[in-house]
Design a protein around this ligand. Sequence first.
Ligand code: 18C
Length: 270
Amino acid sequence: LSSGAVVSAKPHLSVLSPAQADDIWEEIEQITNEQFKYALLGVGEGGWQLFNEDGEMKMYRREEEKDGLVVDPLKAQHCVRGFTAHEMCNYFFSPDVRMEWEFTVDHMKVIEKLRDDTMVFHQVHKRIWPAAQRDALFWSHIRKGDESANKENNASAGSCDEKLVPVNSWIVCNHSVEVPPVPLGKCLRVILTISLTCQTFVDAAVANLPADQISRDQVTTKITYCATVNPGGWAPASVLRAVYKREYPKFLKRFTQYVKEQTETKPILW
Ligand code: 18C
């Protein structure tokens, strides 16, 4: 483990009552579909302002406040060669590897494993002085995107190379929950909706080849990362916006690099 972080991925099963689990399933269906569509809308409309650009990576935000707290929504786009949407999403979802790339977390615990593709996580994040430490309690769900979305979004490879053919898409959606109850300790709890939507493309020249004849350098993944985080209590707006500007680009660069390194010697997971 990096940075001496503590990880406990052993699930405590059935902490949720059947009624609570039903409510969560309903919410998962609704929010995941909503986030998938929202990601694929791009940044053409909605007043998105570019605040960070680094090669193919572009980060946009909207300045918004709720009850005096900064809740700026973020939309980031990136295009990376060498791995698939499925691979990127697996690494983002899996508790087993989270502490290898996620440097804003002090402790992480799987509170409930509802299914292999759905877990409830509790995370205690690093404290930023002078604000109180934050924690987060959220369900996380991974799934393959709608096949129809691949065709509809053929033209939406954006800044990716023009001659690309869509293959599939995957999403991981994280959304705050209130159950099962996890004590706050000294923390304030952030309220978040975060999604990572990825679309796999292959070079047009190899699009008709069987998958096992396609190499990693012929695969491109378009990434859309969306985040809305309510800090859950007082934090100086200027510090918060500075943290936001620094941490999101750092995360996306580091994480894509991590996935590239992890996958380069492995067989492609489509
Ligand atoms: O999406 C990411 N990671 C996922 C897996 O962990 C998951 C994470 C959700 C947590 C989002 C933010 C939680 C609050 C963080 C507190 C600050 C830590 C910074 C530490 C720096 C050393 O979906 C990748 C997440 C990328 C990190 C983004 C940072 C976002 C900052 C948002 C500000 C709101 C918190 C207020 C803290 C007060 C600071 C003055």
